[in-house]
Design a protein around this ligand. Structure first.
Ligand SMILES: [Zn+2]
Length: 320
């Protein structure tokens, strides 16, 4: 039997860590809040501390594991093991994360973009099992994704393939995106920007039950919008129609480029419920040129917010 391995997912909100056996069965897991302001030493201290605690809790030592895979919300330079760019944990930028962790843990370490890791987990063990070609779409606070082409993760030249949130879908809708462009699907259909849109409308005086469900303006999230939607709240309906339309366009572009019609989706935007998802799929089918001949499958992700952790562990290498 192959040895144990550890998967870590460093997100903007939480750091999650899982211990897997040689057959990738999850044995134990822990998580802690991320301090996005922490400097790189402190951040690495937290990761190293979590790895050590998880192992000792399970009567294991670093000698007993094959390695540690780390998913990061970042563009990665795979050759050098560097983070090239991250928008929400600034201290990761230009940090040699792989080598720092390898030096401190003394075991093999790999680093990977979180959405790519999630795509691998869904493809190998989750909702995408059996499909040689699939696209994983993370519809969350931001919008990310990963491409599985011919059975393998496709990273592109700079490891940035699958950054589907910055597909351009409109020249007149949405806010300036975090990347600086106006019209990215992320700036219209992501959880963060849909919440911002709802907040801004309510601040302007729009009377919406979204605020009742959220409690305060700063608490508006997709769960509150989802609840308001069930009462046919008009602002929630507007958000759904708007968000779903542009996601439909995004999936249509992806289908047009790759001729792939297996879409696995995960992330908190799914909390908007089936009305949103059904509308998103209908918008895709409306825009697609080939869907009537080859209907796309939209499949909910299996691993939810643990996909990055699973994928990071899987990417350490083949199971024996
Ligand atoms: Zn953008």
């Amino acid at each position: 039997m192959a040895g144990f391995r550890v998967g870590v997912d460093v997100g903007a909100t939480n750091i999650k860590i899982g211990l897997f056996d040689g057959e990738m069965a999850l044995q134990d897991q822990m998580q802690t809040l991320t301090d996005p302001e922490a400097d790189i030493d402190r951040l690495m201290d937290v990761v190293v501390g979590l790895v050590r605690r998880l192992l000792s809790k399970n009567d294991l030592t670093l000698d007993g594991i094959e390695g540690v895979g780390v998913a990061l919300p970042s563009y990665i330079d795979y050759e050098r093991g560097f983070v090239v760019e991250t928008r929400n944990i600034m201290s990761l930028n230009n940090a040699p994360v792989r080598d720092i962790l390898h030096e401190r843990l003394g075991v093999p370490v790999i680093i990977e973009n979180d959405a790519n890791a999630a795509a691998v987990a869904e493809h190998e063990m989750g909702a995408g099992v059996g499909f040689d070609n699939m696209i994983y779409a993370q519809l969350a606070t931001g919008i990310g994704g990963g491409l599985i082409l011919n059975g393998k993760l496709y990273r592109g030249i700079h490891g940035m393939a699958g950054e589907i949130g910055h597909i351009f879908v409109s020249d007149s809708t949405g806010y300036p995106c975090s990347c600086g462009v106006t019209g990215c699907v992320e700036s219209i259909s992501s959880g963060a920007y849909m919440a911002k849109y709802a907040t801004d409308r309510i601040k302007e005086g729009y009377d919406s039950s979204i605020l009742n469900y959220a409690g305060t303006l700063s608490n508006i999230d997709m769960e509150a919008v989802g609840k308001a939607l069930l009462t046919n709240d008009s602002l929630a309906l507007e958000l759904v129609n708007r968000g779903a339309e542009y996601l439909g366009r995004m999936f249509q572009s992806l289908n047009q480029i790759f001729d792939i019609n297996i879409f696995v989706y995960g992330g908190g935007v799914a909390k908007l419920g089936s009305r949103f998802i059904d509308r998103m799929i209908a918008c895709y089918r409306h825009h697609s040129l080939i869907d009537q001949h080859y209907p796309a499958q939209f499949i909910p992700a299996k691993f939810g917010d643990r996909a990055g952790m699973y994928g990071a562990a899987l990417l350490l290498g083949p199971l024996e």
